[in-house]
Ligand binder design. Structure first.
Ligand code: APR
Length: 309
């Protein structure tokens, strides 16, 4: 009998393929890679599958242009979309990606009605909202990726400044996945010690700024959106859900009164487990942080209002 988890990754581009490969290496389940581009998902999936004997993996990887093979997936990862080009803001991508996300989620959700959906396509906070509407799923089963990646960038730069292992740095970034994101220095620790006690304010300010523009920094260098760290971020979220880990992870979650906000998807600390978002965690803000969070929420509401879902 088929007992392994089934994971569908929609979009077999740079991030989708990287995510699928990381998921394969973690042996989290059988993988179906879907894309509109003919031959691409099939070729990448076959290539990945052929690495399984070498890696010692007992999974199957399949590529497809249609959705039938995705039926009864436990999780749907949405990376389909247009990538951001240099000089293009995340909001420029809005309408194009909203149509793509609506279309692919509508098809995939029908075939996997009990799945959890994780959305990466940018602007991810808005696309999570679109994906929920397209699927009709309960809000806790539709999540967006932003915080794991933004926090990972924050943690990397903090670890570099402190010359310590990145895994010993815990930090989180809230708010929209854009230039208005809110990296919370006050809630950032290294081995349990607040980073504010270890680094001067000007260094921390510079790290916050570099985190905010982290995506643009990679884009500027290679003229293509980042995909390694985004892939790792998605794989971590998929693992948390499939293994019901109840990880405390920053994710784009639906707010229904939390933080005084209604009917919006935005980045907040959450508990991720088998049901998707098990709980949104509410943290105290200073006046300045509260203001930054509000500004960030407004930057998600504006594009959302342009879409009329
Ligand atoms: N159905 C399925 N796949 C689609 C569709 C669709 N309707 N439209 C586009 N795609 C596929 C493209 O064919 C491409 O293979 O989505 C893939 C996107 O991959 P890349 O262009 O390599 O983009 P990537 O860097 O992976 O980023 C994916 O995340 O960061 C965001 O804005 C970025 O929307 C982009 C997404």
């Amino acid at each position: 009998m088929f007992t392994r988890h089934k994971i569908t990754v929609i979009g077999a581009g740079a991030t989708g393929a990287t995510t699928a490969h990381l998921l394969a290496l973690k042996e989290l389940g059988d993988i179906v890679l879907v894309d509109v581009a003919e031959g691409i998902p099939q070729g990448k999936a076959l290539d990945m599958w052929e690495s399984c004997p070498i890696e010692g993996l007992s999974i199957k990887v399949l590529g497809s242009n249609d959705y039938e093979p995705t039926a009864n997936s436990d999780i749907l990862v949405v990376t389909a979309g247009m990538p951001r080009k240099p000089g293009m803001s995340r909001d420029d991508l809005l309408k194009v990606n909203a149509d793509i996300v609506y279309q692919v989620v509508e098809k995939a959700a029908k075939l996997s009605p009990d799945s959890v959906i994780v959305v990466l396509t940018n602007p991810a906070d808005v696309m999570a909202y679109v994906a929920q509407k397209a699927s009709g799923f309960p809000h806790h089963r539709v999540i967006g990726q932003a915080g794991v990646l933004d926090s990972a960038r924050f943690r990397t730069f903090l670890a570099e400044a402190l010359n310590v292992a990145p895994k010993d740095v815990t930090a989180f970034v809230m708010g929209g996945h854009g230039d208005d994101m809110v990296p919370l220095v006050r809630y950032s620790y290294v081995g349990g010690i607040p980073v504010e006690k270890l680094l001067p304010k000007d260094t921390l300010d510079a790290i916050v700024q570099r985190t905010r523009t982290g995506g643009g920094e990679v884009l500027g260098l290679m003229k293509q959106s980042a995909f390694y760290a985004p892939g790792s971020s998605l794989a971590e979220m998929v693992k948390a859900v499939l293994n019901d880990e109840r990880r405390v992870i920053p994710a784009i979650c639906y707010l229904n009164g939390e933080y005084g906000e209604q009917d919006i998807y935005v980045g907040v600390p959450s508990i991720l487990g088998g049901r998707g978002v098990e709980k949104v965690l509410e943290v105290d803000f200073t006046g300045d942080e509260a203001q930054q969070f509000k500004k960030s929420v407004a930057s998600v509401r504006k594009p959302l209002s342009m879409l009329q879902y």
